[in-house]
Write a protein that binds this ligand. Structure first.
Ligand SMILES: [Zn+2]
Ligand SMILES: [Zn+2]
Length: 308
């Protein structure tokens, strides 16, 4: 199994076009890496790929990763997408992929995510690419390409801002993918409002895991004049006694654990910050665009280089 981080930032990326915070300024100056909006590519063999979320940055993400590029006149190795939720930065890329021609993507999401996504005027205007949309429910398992078992992990979450940010049981899910050949397991939980026992269970059996790293503190957006708390946006902050790191730091040792989906205001993006030091001390790392993990005997590669 190959896991590639296509984008490691929350919506807006780093730098965000209308933001001059310290992190965005550092990225513009070349002092910190650019980060596109959160998305992952997964493949059992390196031939067919599945995306976990498809961000509006998908076109540039494909150009940055040759295995996702076409191998014939028109075509794509991208078989489809698994959506964790209906936030625009997690499915807006569907509109970017609308020139798919005869290629029908297979999309997996909960019924709530499907209803929210397909009711949006943006998609009515731009049109979705050809697709088959499969409904999945938390707790269920399905198999991709006969090789990757996907467990749908229930997640505490809210509907997106355009749908009122309402708590709903299937507004957000995580995905735990098991390589059926090697037994190795990777958890994707880029969005969650709280660390629930179900999330801890899924994390404790994963060989690698990606967690919601949107915000370090609940009131971090006030630094850029936005009066919204992290939790009210559906994201548990990473830091603090009630933060996700405090609840995840006692997981069994030995797995690779990353925070992904970082908002540009997050002090974790500055490796000299106290927050980044605390994260490293807990043996967590920050995902970055281009991070690749390879699992399975035939695919095993040296330890990936990890920033921070
Ligand atoms: Zn997002
Ligand atoms: Zn910024």
């Amino acid at each position: 199994m190959i896991v590639r981080v296509l984008g490691s930032a929350a919506g807006g990326g780093v730098p965000q076009w209308n933001c001059a915070c310290a992190n965005c300024t550092a990225a513009r100056a070349g002092d910190a890496p650019h980060r596109s909006s959160s998305s992952f590519a997964i493949s059992a063999t390196g031939e067919r790929f599945w995306l976990v979320n498809v961000s509006p940055d998908i076109a540039q993400q494909i150009e940055a990763y040759a295995p996702l590029q076409p191998r014939m006149e028109r075509g794509t190795p991208i078989a489809g997408m698994l959506l964790t939720d209906a936030n625009v930065d997690h499915l807006g890329g569907l509109a970017v992929l609308r020139q798919a021609g005869d290629h029908a993507f297979t999309i997996y999401s909960t019924p709530t995510v499907r209803t929210l996504a397909t009711a949006q005027e943006a998609f009515a205007t731009f049109a979705l690419p050809p697709h088959r949309w499969n409904s999945i429910v938390p707790g269920e398992r399905f198999v991709l390409d006969g090789a990757l078992a996907v467990d749908v992990i229930p997640i505490a979450g809210l509907t997106p801002g355009y749908a009122g940010r309402i708590p709903r049981g299937d507004a957000v899910v995580g995905f735990a993918m098991t390589d059926l050949a090697s037994g190795e397991r990777v958890l994707f939980a880029p969005v969650f409002m709280d660390v629930t026992p179900a999330l801890v269970d899924a994390a404790s059996t994963a060989d690698a895991a990606f967690f919601d790293g949107s915000f370090w503190s609940d009131d971090e957006l006030s630094d850029v004049g936005v009066a919204k708390a992290a939790r009210s946006l559906g994201h548990a902050p990473v830091g603090g006694s009630e933060g996700s790191l405090a609840k995840l730091r006692d997981l069994p040792p030995g797995a690779r654990r990353f925070y992904a989906h970082l908002n540009n205001t997050n002090p974790l993006l500055d490796e000299r910050s106290d927050a980044a030091r605390e994260l490293r001390a807990a043996a967590f790392a920050i995902a970055y665009d281009g991070l690749e993990l390879r699992f399975g005997a035939s695919l095993r590669a040296p330890e990936p280089s990890v920033s921070l």
